[in-house]
Design a protein around this ligand. Structure first.
Ligand code: AMP
Length: 187
C-alpha cells in the first residue's frame, strides 16, 4: 500500500510516518527531508533552494518532482511509500498520479492531519529546540503556515473527494493519532 500524510507543517506527519516505517516496514518519502539533505550536502540543488526554504516558501515543483521520481520507481520501495509533505500543490498531485500510474501503483490511503495555527506554533517552537531546523523560526513558521493554506487548499479539495480520504484530528496525542492510523492499516 502507498499512503499520503497530508496536513500543515507541524501537524505530525513526520512523527506518524516514523511510526508506520517502524511497525510496517514502509519507506518515508519526506520531500522536506530530501531538500534539507541537499542543503546539508551543499549540492547545486541545495544552493538553489536554501533561500526559499529559509523563507518559508515552497521549492520549485521541477526540483521536487525530480527528487521523488527515482524513489517512486524503485522496485524495493514499490507499494511501501509514505508521502510526507508531498504533494503540496495541484500540479504536484497530478504529477504524483502520473508517476504512480507509470509504475503500476496507486494511493491506498490519504490521511489528513488537521490542526489549527495555535497548536502548530507551540509544536514547532518545541521542535525548533529538538531538531534545530533553520526554517523553524516563528516568522518562518507563520509564513510556512500561510503558504501551506494558500497553496495546499486546492490539493485538499482535490483529495477530500476521494473515497480513501480520511480526516484525523491532528491535535490529539501522538499515540491517539497512531491508533487511528493503525486501525486503517491493519489487515
Ligand atoms: P517539511 O519538512 O515538509 O515541513 O518541509 C520543509 C520545507 O521544505 C517547506 O517549507 C518547503 O520550503 C520545502 N518543501 C517540502 N516539501 C515540498 C514540496 N512538496 N514542494 C515544495 N516545497 C517543499
Amino acid at each position: 500500500m502507498n499512503l499520503i500524510l497530508f496536513g500543515p507543517p507541524g501537524a505530525g506527519k513526520g512523527t506518524q510516518a516514523q511510526h508506520i516505517v517502524k511497525k510496517y516496514d514502509y519507506f518515508q518519502l519526506s520531500t522536506g527531508g530530501l531538500l534539507r539533505d541537499e542543503i546539508q550536502k551543499n549540492s547545486e540543488i541545495g544552493k538553489k533552494i536554501i533561500n526559499d526554504m529559509n523563507d518559508g516558501k515552497f521549492v520549485n515543483d521541477e526540483i521536487v518532482n525530480e527528487l521523488i521520481k527515482n524513489i517512486i520507481s524503485d522496485p524495493e520501495k514499490k507499494n511501501k511509500l509514505i508521502f510526507d509533505g508531498y504533494p503540496r500543490s495541484l500540479s504536484q498531485a497530478k504529477n504524483l498520479d502520473l508517476l504512480l500510474d507509470s509504475s503500476n501503483q496507486k494511493i491506498n490511503f490519504i490521511f489528513f492531519l488537521n490542526v489549527n495555527k495555535n497548536i502548530i506554533i507551540k509544536r514547532i517552537e518545541k521542535r525548533k529546540i529538538l531538531e534545530k531546523r533553520s526554517d523553524d523560526t516563528l516568522d518562518t513558521i507563520l509564513k510556512r503556515y500561510d503558504t501551506y493554506m494558500e497553496t495546499t487548499k486546492p490539493v485538499l479539495d482535490f483529495y477530500s473527494k476521494k473515497p480513501n480520504f480520511y480526516e484525523i484530528d491532528g491535535s490529539l496525542k501522538i499515540e491517539q493519532i497512531t491508533a487511528k492510523i493503525d486501525a486503517f492499516l491493519k489487515v
